[in-house]
Design a protein around this ligand. Structure first.
Ligand code: HSE
Length: 310
């Protein structure tokens, strides 16, 4: 194969209680990554288009998709290079895995051109290396589900062990994206390095219950377990309107609500059999309006599959 087009979905990370551990692929929005083989070794970025493209580097050694594709080529000892075109479907600094989607898409496209030599788990490792370069930390909770689809749990980082779990069909997701941006690097600088024992007990109880909720298809349990007393409170100062938007979502019928990754997106989860996503969305928008915080974009969506070629 000489060229390939890959769709790379946005992803939710943390889901409240699972900081750096939980992630979920979304049905929308997504990036498109086009990759073609070149006889010159190495990776080049031919073009970046779409939402926020003007702020994204075309230096392949610093670009999410470029770094991830180069990691794959190195692991496969490829004797060819890759030229990438990136079409952004959602902006960087969103909290729904913008850099992760480009990284995962770049890694998956490179692996397809290399004859699928790497396992999905190794593709995730290559994409997570890219997150290290672009956000300063090796975290796989966006790139993991972006490659694997569905909901994922990272059991271990050293070595990386990641499990995919099928979420319930009726899990609805509302996303509200305020117009300000938050850099993951900055959001990671404000989180505590020590956790009190009672907070650890709270987080483990909720995280374990959230996974049970996925397995039992119990959306009420999933939503209730999206509760976090360590990371989100520390990040609230970077995300004005967060607590009010979460409260508004729950009052309007959401099962749970949380900060998307490092922010600023706020996410509500609900049972789409019984609750109207539009009602939740309007309640969240009302809370931002009262706080005089502008909104860039909203989605009413659900979970989805991972990167796939077109
Ligand atoms: N788990 C990461 C964080 C995701 O919250 O910092 C960043 O997108």
């Amino acid at each position: 194969m000489e060229k390939v087009k890959v769709v790379a979905p946005a992803t939710l990370s943390n889901l409240g209680s699972g900081f750096d551990v939980f992630g979920m692929a979304l049905a929308e929005p997504f990036d498109h990554i086009e990759a073609r083989k070149t006889s010159e070794p190495g990776v080049t970025i031919e073009a970046i288009e779409g939402w926020g493209a003007e702020g994204i580097t075309t230096d392949a050694t610093l670009n999410s998709a470029g770094v991830a594709a180069a990691e794959v080529l190195k692991k496969c000892e490829a004797d060819f290079g890759i030229a990438l075109t990136i079409k952004k479907g959602f902006r960087p600094g969103s909290g729904i895995g913008s850099s992760g989607a480009s990284a995962a898409g770049g890694a998956v496209a490179a692996n397809i051109l290399a004859g699928k030599q790497l396992t999905p788990r190794d593709v995730v490792v290559c994409a997570a290396e890219s997150e290290r370069v672009t956000s300063g930390s090796f975290h796989a909770d966006n790139v993991g589900p972006c490659v694997l689809g569905g909901f994922s749990v990272i059991r271990s980082y050293e070595p990386l062990e990641i499990k995919r779990v099928q979420p319930p069909k009726n899990l609805g997701i509302v996303i509200v994206m305020p117009s300000f941006t938050v850099k993951t690097l900055d959001a990671r600088a404000v989180i505590p390095q020590q956790v009190a024992l009672h907070d650890m007990i709270y987080e483990v109880g909720n995280a374990a219950s959230l996974v049970l909720g996925m397995c039992y298809e119990d959306i009420e349990l999933i939503g209730k377990s999206m509760s976090d007393v360590v990371i989100e409170p520390a990040r609230a100062k970077l995300n004005p309107g967060l607590n009010e938007a979460k409260e508004a979502a729950i009052e309007a019928g959401a099962a749970g609500a949380f900060l998307g990754g490092s922010g600023p997106c706020v996410i509500a989860a609900y049972d789409l059999t019984y609750v109207d996503g539009q009602t939740i969305l309007e309640a969240m928008l009302g809370s931002y309006e009262r706080a005089k915080i502008a909104i860039d974009k909203t989605w009413i969506t659900t979970w989805g599959e991972g990167c796939r070629s077109l």
